[in-house]
Design a binder for this molecule. Structure first.
Ligand code: PEP
Ligand code: MG
Length: 588
């Protein structure tokens, strides 16, 4: 084994999910995308062919740039493989053969490609020469790349990983990859791409899987099978740790786990300041499976139930009954605590396979969230009816994502009224007084918060997007992470405007962006006057601990002075000083 491989190496990225994992690296770049065959109406056939050609071009581009990237670090034997794959992409049996299948059988491009590859497999299976027979594997790998391009994700076969204490290292992982993680096998993950508020990271925190993202090129290293330490709290990854480092991290791991146990003891205590001010601490969830963790951490309800996972990476869309079953299972499990269900928020960095979203130049600014729901009223009303039906099973609140103006709220509410009327006509029970809210995550909504507050029962501030749109930084771009500043004066002022507008109109205001779960920001959010904070489960006791030692009056004074600062660095500096003077014991 070459000696460089045995040296300790340290990589630094973004701590995406806290906790320490000590295990063995498993590079994940193999796997097969599952494909379901669906019939395509004849008028959509050209569209399928187009999708296939676009995916082919993308595969060609990706391989060419990989070849360039590896030219300086890898010998020709590796580049030869890329050349072979590029040649396969030009093979007309693969390309034309798939197009013919789409056209003749009128099926989706993914299924046509899979069928075509199966034909190759049959052909190669009959070849005696083992080496030649194995070449079919290359065709499958190339086809997989094209398939993944069509599906729009870079899935790795996480579910198929075996062994114990594995740390998955991948270029990128999708939220559904994270979902597939069996914590008995995979104890952490590390990726080249991603930022702290990407949905992959959010999910890792929800599932309590230590993770470091945004390492840029860790997958270019030859580290498969090596010992690794992942510190998801501060974003450090150590490959081949020496004895001393190993012992140090083992100690830190034990300390983290001890603290986690201590925090859990706070579960039964109220989320209240010593001067008697209560803030509801709720959970952000995407799956029923996360509810036990939320309860264990003392969540007082669900402040953000993201429903998009139901629509992603699957053939077809979930029908009303399927959605009703999923929503009511969560509502019943949480009852009598409230569940705040957000309507579909696909688009941006969340893709739904079956909504036939076109490629957009700027997906974050594209046809997403409420815009998409209003464009597809039948899809939207199916969801609204399912949510309304679930409201008969416990306490449900409903809210709409990405509201930019009054018209969207009114249109959404009109469709909600229609959905109610449809249920009423068929005698299906629901909560007629269901509270309706909106996400405040677009700067225009901040500016007209006073007008919006007259239209709804509550606000929920999504700082992940609000920061992205206010500061014009892509929340998933690791190169811009340094500009992602929750304490930017523009953000603090926006938050103040929103809270003040909500309270002037007599409605409640929640924050459900990641900022809400950072215990260090609690004094600011308390001083601003948020009524509810919704966060990933593990943050609930951490935030509660600070809240139980903070003073509302003190926090208000702190915010008034923070609002007078002119840069994020000044605010941070000021807060650090104040927090160590007035709130320090809360962070012990
Ligand atoms: C947000 O934007 O802050 C938010 C909570 O919504 P999401 O992260 O799902 O976009
Ligand atoms: Mg958002």
């Amino acid at each position: 084994m070459d000696s460089a491989r045995n040296n300790p190496r340290i990589f630094r990225g973004t701590g995406a999910s806290p906790g320490i994992a000590i295990g063995t690296v498993r590079m994940t770049d193999r796997g097969r995308v599952a494909v379901t065959e669906t019939a395509v109406p004849s008028e959509d056939v050209p569209l399928e062919v187009e999708r296939f050609s676009t995916a082919l071009s993308k595969a060609r581009e990706d391989l060419t740039s990989l070849k360039l990237q590896f030219a300086s670090t890898h010998g020709p034997e590796h580049l030869y493989v890329i050349d072979t794959h590029l040649l396969i992409l030009e093979d007309s049996m693969l390309t034309q053969g798939t197009v013919e299948l789409i056209e003749r059988e009128q099926i989706n491009a993914e299924a046509a490609l899979k069928r075509n590859v199966a034909r190759f497999r049959d052909f190669f299976a009959g070849i005696e020469d083992e080496y030649l027979r194995e070449r079919c594997g290359d065709i499958e790998t190339v086809a997989e790349r094209v398939l993944r391009n069509m599906i729009g994700t870079r899935h790795e076969p996480i579910a198929s990983i075996e062994g114990g204490k594995v740390v998955v290292v991948a270029h990128d992982l999708s939220p559904t990859d994270v979902l597939q993680i069996d914590k008995g096998t995979v104890i952490g993950f590390v990726t080249d791409l991603g930022g702290k508020t990407s949905h992959t990271s959010i999910l890792a925190r929800a599932l309590e899987i230590p993770a470091v993202v945004g390492l840029e090129s860790v997958t270019a290293e030859e580290i498969d099978g090596l010992p690794v330490i992942v510190d998801g709290t501060d974003g450090t990854v150590v490959i081949n740790p020496d004895q001393e480092t190993f012992r140090d991290y083992l100690k830190r791991k034990q300390h983290y786990e001890y603290l986690e146990q201590e925090f859990l003891k706070l579960r039964e205590l109220p989320a209240e300041t010593p001067d008697g001010h209560r803030i509801n601490l709720m959970g952000n969830v995407e799956f029923l499976e996360e509810v036990p963790s939320l309860m264990r951490h003392g969540g007082e309800g669900i402040g953000l139930y993201r429903t998009e996972m139901l629509y992603m990476n699957r053939p077809g869309l979930p029908d009303e009954e399927e959605q009703y079953q999923v929503y009511s299972a969560i509502v019943e499990k949480m009852a009598p605590l409230p569940v705040t269900i957000r309507t579909l928020d696909v688009g941006g960095d969340k893709f739904a396979t079956d909504l036939h979203l076109e490629d957009e130049m700027n997906p974050a600014l594209g046809l997403r969230a409420i815009r998409l729901s209003l464009r597809k009223p039948e899809v939207f009303k199916t969801q609204l009816r399912a949510i309304l039906r679930a409201s008969a099973r416990g306490k449900v609140r409903i809210f709409f994502p990405m509201i930019s103006g009054i018209e969207e709220v009114r249109s959404a509410r009109r469709l909600l009224d229609e959905a109610k009327e449809e249920l009423r006509r068929t005698g299906v029970p629901f909560d007629d007084g269901i509270e309706v809210g909106i996400m405040i995550e677009i700067p225009s909504a901040v500016v007209i918060a006073d007008l919006l507050a007259r239209e709804v029962d509550f606000f929920s501030v999504g700082t992940n997007d609000l920061i992205q749109y206010s500061l014009a930084i892509d929340r998933t771009n690791e190169h811009l992470a340094y500009l992602y500043q929750p304490l930017h004066p523009a953000i603090l002022r926006s938050l103040k405007m929103v809270v003040d507008a909500a309270h002037a109109a007599g409605i409640r205001v929640c924050m459900c962006g990641e900022m809400a779960g950072e215990a260090a920001y609690l004094p600011v959010l308390l001083g601003l006057g948020f009524d509810e904070l919704s966060m990933t489960s593990v943050s609930v006791p951490r935030v509660k601990k600070v809240l139980r030692r903070a003073s509302k009056a003190e926090a208000e004074r702190l915010v008034a002075r923070a609002l007078a600062c002119s840069t994020a660095a000044d605010v941070e500096e000021f807060l650090k000083r104040e927090i160590s003077a007035h709130f320090s014991e809360s962070f012990d």
